[in-house]
Design a protein around this ligand. Structure first.
Ligand code: 1CP
Length: 340
């Protein structure tokens, strides 16, 4: 196996907990939404259609790297793309998010497994991107089984995940079958991206913060752990929102880097996660609406707290909000790179 030109990038070094020339920085949801050049490209193209066009995916993924000077590219796609690829009737509705035609109720609704032949456009787009990116690493990603299950069971975005939890607590055998199948799909989707050249992966369990730690360990962790074990040949980032009480368990699931939202200072997150893992985060995504001087101070606070970690990848505590001024993101990148 040849060594990738991105191997010695600050990002991959931080993930491996090696010394870095500067703290690496990227933003969840950096590709899309906040950039006018993204909106121009997406004009008249439905979200899921754009994810199947390697030319568009490549261009959208590269836009924030060019404009913002971030250290990493994140593949432009969505967590529901592999579900669509195995035939689940769903769409991404503007202003809402993923909506599923027939929500999951019984074993007859189990999605089928995913094979690489189902997503040739992912292989093509990753290959094209990796050759254009050179020494800039590309992060592949997927949704974790719990978060994907929430969309399938609720039929769309949900605040309290009530039906999802009703299935989990009420029919543990069917729940386990569903999460097992989703783990297969997620793992296959991540493997496609790694095999095409992605140099790290992020497993998004965005909504798992809805669970107490004991139930997370029983009903979710084994499935996420199986996914993460299957991609141990690259650095693995594992992230969720509102996961202050789950950080240790999410690390245990097999993450090299644990993503932290904005609610907990990084030094406290590091204490909870324990040794042997790097952290990613965690500027509040709404801070970009504060004056520049405040933003710079808060960025430095995050860098200071991040010193407690064996490796720190700077990011927001969740995705870029659509109203964000790209110049503010640029200011954040510059401030992170300046260091303390
Ligand atoms: O990060 C990037 O720059 C790559 C692009 C990306 C990623 C990583 C998109 C494009 N989606 C995702 C992941 C994703 N999708 C997650 C995990 C990350 C997170 O927690 O934010 C989740 C939960 C989704 C589901 C989803 N897709 C939502 C959230 C709905 C809810 O439940 O609140 C939404 C709004 C989408 C649509 C979507 N995905 C991506 C974009 C640019 C959009 C906007 C749709 C459009 O332009 O029509």
């Amino acid at each position: 196996m040849s060594i990738s030109p991105a191997h010695d990038s600050a990002f991959l070094r931080a993930c491996r907990r090696e010394p870095v020339p500067h703290t690496p920085v990227w933003f969840m949801r950096q590709a899309g939404r906040a950039l006018p050049e993204y909106r121009a490209l997406r004009e008249g193209v439905a979200m899921l259609d754009s994810c199947m066009r390697p030319d568009l995916v490549t261009e959208i993924t590269l836009q924030p790297v060019r404009r913002l000077g971030v250290d990493v590219a994140i593949f432009f796609s969505d967590i529901v793309v592999p579900l669509k690829a195995v035939g689940v009737d769903l769409d991404i509705v503007p202003g809402i998010g993923p909506v599923v035609g027939q929500p999951f109720r019984t074993a007859a609704d189990l999605p089928r497994a995913l094979s690489p032949g189902d997503v040739p456009y992912i292989t093509a787009a990753v290959g094209q991107l990796v050759s254009e990116l050179g020494a800039t690493p590309l992060i592949g990603f997927a949704g974790a089984p719990f978060t994907l299950a929430s969309y399938l069971v609720e039929g769309g975005p949900s605040k309290n995940h009530a039906r999802t939890k009703a299935l989990m607590y009420g029919d543990p055998a069917l729940w386990s079958q569903l999460l097992d199948r989703l783990a297969d799909i997620t793992l296959a989707f991540l493997r496609v991206q790694i095999d095409a050249g992605a140099s790290a992966v992020q497993l998004f369990d965005s909504w798992v913060g809805a669970l107490p730690a004991a139930d997370y360990r029983t009903f979710v962790q084994p499935h996420s752990a199986r996914v993460l074990a299957g991609v141990a040949d690259v650095p693995r980032i594992h992230f969720g929102v509102g996961t202050g009480e789950l950080l240790h368990a999410m690390g245990e699931a097999g993450a090299d880097v644990v993503g932290v939202d904005w609610r907990l200072p990084l030094d406290e997150a590091v204490r909870r996660i324990g040794p042997g893992r790097a952290v990613q985060g965690n500027l509040d995504p709404t801070l970009v609406f504060a004056p520049a001087a405040v933003v710079r101070d808060k960025v430095r606070d995050v860098l200071e707290a991040g010193k407690a970690a064996e490796g720190h990848v700077f990011n927001l505590g969740h995705g870029v909000l659509p109203e964000t001024d790209p110049d503010m993101l640029k200011l954040i990148v510059e401030t992170v790179h300046e260091g303390l």
